[in-house]
Ligand binder design. Sequence first.
Ligand code: SAM
Length: 190
Amino acid sequence: MHGSPEVAVLRLGHRPGRDDRMTTHVGLTARALGADRVILPENATQSRETVRDITERFGGPFEAELTDSPYGLVRDWDGRVVHLTMYGQEVQTVEAEIRTAHREAPILVVVGAEKVPFDVYEAADWNVGVTNQPHSEVAGLAVFLDRLLEGEELEREWEEADRRVIPRSTGKRVEPADDAGDTDRGSNGR
Ligand code: SAM
């Protein structure tokens, strides 16, 4: 989106049933907040379909993929690796350094589901904490991407969308993206 090298997000681990919503939300948050691609574990097919469906409806470009080798991807990544963890360096301390590196190299942002193997901490160029308090991969990812992209992602134009949301102080307004017509609904509308 940003004319810089790629930002990809890797979700490590997925427990079907328990993690379905969280894995989907990692993908949706990656898309909405400026990453170019999300890579999900191979058993997260439903989450990938949901992210693809949202991209078809609300626009891109954004890719959602599966991998059968997440650790291989971290090991062989041709760029810099940022692992988000509550045990890492404070985001406010390392964000400028990471932004500088991103001018030259693709960034892989890694988020976990359950316990992340120590190899990932060692393979990462930065282990980054968004606070050093336990919370969620979705929250950590959102704050990190916003710091990395310095808010530019909020101004993004979406391509090939079927529809777009028109911001309103109340209620919901959604228009076909080609302006062929619109739907206007009250605050209880769906
Ligand atoms: N208990 C697990 C462990 O020890 O690795 C962490 C589980 S946590 C619910 C899932 C993911 O959320 C983590 O792998 C990490 O990517 C992210 N996360 C949680 N708190 C974070 C924080 N303060 N900063 C950055 N990422 C965080």
